[in-house]
Design a protein around this ligand. Sequence first.
Ligand code: NAP
Length: 255
Amino acid sequence: MTQVALVTGASRGIGLAIAEALAKNGFSVAVNGLADDAELAYACQHLSSFGVPVLPVPFDVTKSNDYPRIFSGIESRLGPLTTLVNNAGVGVLHRGDLLDVTPESWDRCFAVNARAMFFLSQAFAKHLLLKTRLQNVFYSLVNITSSNAVAVATARSEYCASKAAAAMVSKTFAVRLGAENIAVYDVQPGLIATEMTLPVIEQYRARAEQGLTLFPRVGEPAEIGRIVAALARGDLPYTTGQVISADAGMLVPRF
Ligand code: NAP
């Protein structure tokens, strides 16, 4: 049976790279972005070139009432869902001192990065548990959190807090879904060159070259894509609940 993945926030950046890696590995892909716009259309056109069925599914991941309808829509076009990649995320409204963080920015980070991850995972889990799953098919939930689930970024405290919450969401789902043989992973990217990091990427690049990361460079979205595809294929059998630190060794303790 063909694996079918829903990737949230896949109109660009890491999400698009994940969708591409999954498509290259034969997955049918439902491609989510916030808006039904040219970026999402371009992403789907690009992904279709890999010869797999691709479906645009524009929706706001924070609108939890829509999830069951969205799953049904995907399955009527692509077949039974096997994989959810919770990738959609937002940064802070303003980088700066924790003393200046606004409730608006805090709530936005938590709504997308943590709350939506929890409730979309919950809906996906309920959806899978209601069905007869096939023995030889690998089912998984892959969450994209961040090195900031662990490491403080002094100018982005609300983002860090939301990603720490998201990392715990991953652990709780791994525990709940273990007996169902559904694998759950938490991929924690470090410094990856995307639109989200565009304002600071040169700073990150310089710090990586000076030793912040063990490999002295920033990462590419395609590298995260390859990691997620390997996880979603089931290439790490007999694992669940793992954190994959996709950060070139940035958080290895040193002195
Ligand atoms: P990005 O380029 O800003 O892309 C974010 C994606 O999320 C876009 O496709 C965006 O859709 C979508 N999105 C945002 N809010 C949404 C919502 N409410 N509903 C549906 N989709 C929504 O960011 P990125 O760098 O690729 O980041 C992807 C994930 O990796 C995020 O969770 C981020 O926190 C995490 N991460 C990134 C880095 C890094 O260095 N870049 C490091 C660690 C973790 P639209 O285009 O329609 O707005």
